[in-house]
Design a protein around this ligand. Structure first.
Ligand code: 5CA
Length: 157
């Protein structure tokens, strides 16, 4: 299937970063972590959620394992300012992508990024590639080059 302009942008950005991977377009929706896991046939934990938060006027990106919830108190402590979930228009403005297709790379300007350490346990993880049907597989080592690897998850209660 033909890739959209956004998916092609992700593909060329990944190549420019030295990653020899193929963005794939699937027939099923990959909009949510659960849908993406079912579409690619991996566990939800292997799906990379690219979540945007707002710290003052600026964005913060969290690349979180699909099974984890982000601990906003922990994230605020890491960032050093109060944070809140970004609204859809803010996400689009700062990443260039709509919610459900936010890729971890290829943003208009660099975004401070935190990478969920739980992703490192997998051999392969899958992230969104610009739209609700496009994804790419990579090693979590690649994600680790995009930001600070740390614990971002909410403790199970
Ligand atoms: N393509 C999939 C898997 S790679 C994907 O993009 N998943 S995601 O988790 O990164 O993006 C969906 C996430 O966007 C949801 O987990 C949810 O936390 C967030 N989201 C959904 N709707 C909104 C909204 N209205 N405002 C802010 N965040 C939202």
């Amino acid at each position: 299937m033909k890739l959209s302009a956004k998916a092609k942008h992700v593909q060329s950005t990944l190549r420019a970063l030295g990653l020899d991977v193929q963005v794939v377009k699937l027939a099923e929706s990959t909009r949510t972590a659960a849908e993406a896991a079912s579409a690619v046939g991996c566990t939800i934990g292997q799906i990379v959620k690219s979540l945007v938060f707002r710290a003052g006027e600026g964005p913060v990106l969290v690349l979180a394992s699909g099974i984890n919830l982000v601990d906003e108190v922990r994230l605020a402590a890491l960032v050093g300012t109060p944070i809140k979930r970004a609204r859809a228009d803010f996400v689009r403005r700062h990443t260039g992508y709509a919610i459900g297709g936010v890729a971890p790379v290829g943003h208009p300007r660099p975004i401070p990024t935190f990478v969920d350490e739980d992703l490192l346990q997998y051999e392969e993880v899958w992230a969104a590639a610009g739209g609700p049907f496009t994804v790419f597989a990579c090693s979590p080592d690649f994600l680790a080059t995009l930001g600070l690897v740390t614990c971002v998850k909410r403790a199970a209660d």
